[in-house]
Design a binder for this molecule. Sequence first.
Ligand code: MN
Ligand code: MN
Length: 328
Amino acid sequence: MNVNRPYETAYAGMATFCRRPLVLDPAELTGVDVAILGAPIDEYVTYRPGARFGPRAIRQADYLGVMDQWWAMDVGLDPFDILNVVDHGDLAPIPGYPDESHVELRKMVTAVCAAGAVPIVLGGDHSIAHPDVGAVADHFSPSAVGLIHFDSHADDAWEDGYRNHGTPLRFLVDEGSVKGENIVQVGLRGYWPPQSDFEWARGQGFRWHLMDEIYERGIDDVITDVIEEMSGLEHVFLSVDIDVVDPGSAPGTGTPEPGGLLPRELLKTVRRLAKALPISGMEVVEVAPPYDSADVTALLANRCVLEALVGMSLRRTGREPVREPSNT
Ligand code: MN
Ligand code: MN
């Protein structure tokens, strides 16, 4: 028996995202297309903590292990054949000092952008949108960056100037990183934030598609509008708060709001957006493993990133999806 054989299973060895190479030094990111990094910070939640354990859970939520192929059977390509994707490790958080952690995250994302790679950030609570979207916007020029924000919560609240995971969009707009007119929100529902925050957002030019609209029109029609609303922008940041999905399918999150998207709707939508639009940054946030059940939320977040990579691969190659033909 060869005890020195390489790990081939998903449950042994170090977990990087989809077993991609671990590249911690930003100087070694040259030539990398996508760098996946974790932001294990959750001090800014307003309800249940736990999202600091999100990045590790998302990396582990994968049963495939080492494979030569990641053939996406309903698209007809392997995203890792097209894109050079690495795992850039985690931000080293400073427990109890989230502002300092935010500063470090902004530096880390800035370095990824400077290397020419697209950052995909695994959260972490949604307050990290301020440093990570801000870093991408600063790198490219704020006027050119659009933000598509999937969430059950608008996260643009005025909370007497306080920072928390319900205020990052307010900070981004107020500091001029992203223009309100370049922000589109999808999946909002429930009872927060108050009407005064919608009035502010309307004045800033935000657009939003409530879950109620999605019930009536269907997700595909709504996303067609979202793509149109982002047209003309050179760079788009995709922010996915996992609580946009119904808590029946994504219970592992801190502020669950009933009545959300189906997992398949989110996955198909992320793939479609990443094919249609120039994605220059992405985050998947608010995965809180302590409340998860059978890892379903972490699995969904993992596949959400994978679908973005598949969509970016389609865009890069100019290919249309070719479904593996049925054998009937
Ligand atoms: Mn959020
Ligand atoms: Mn939310």
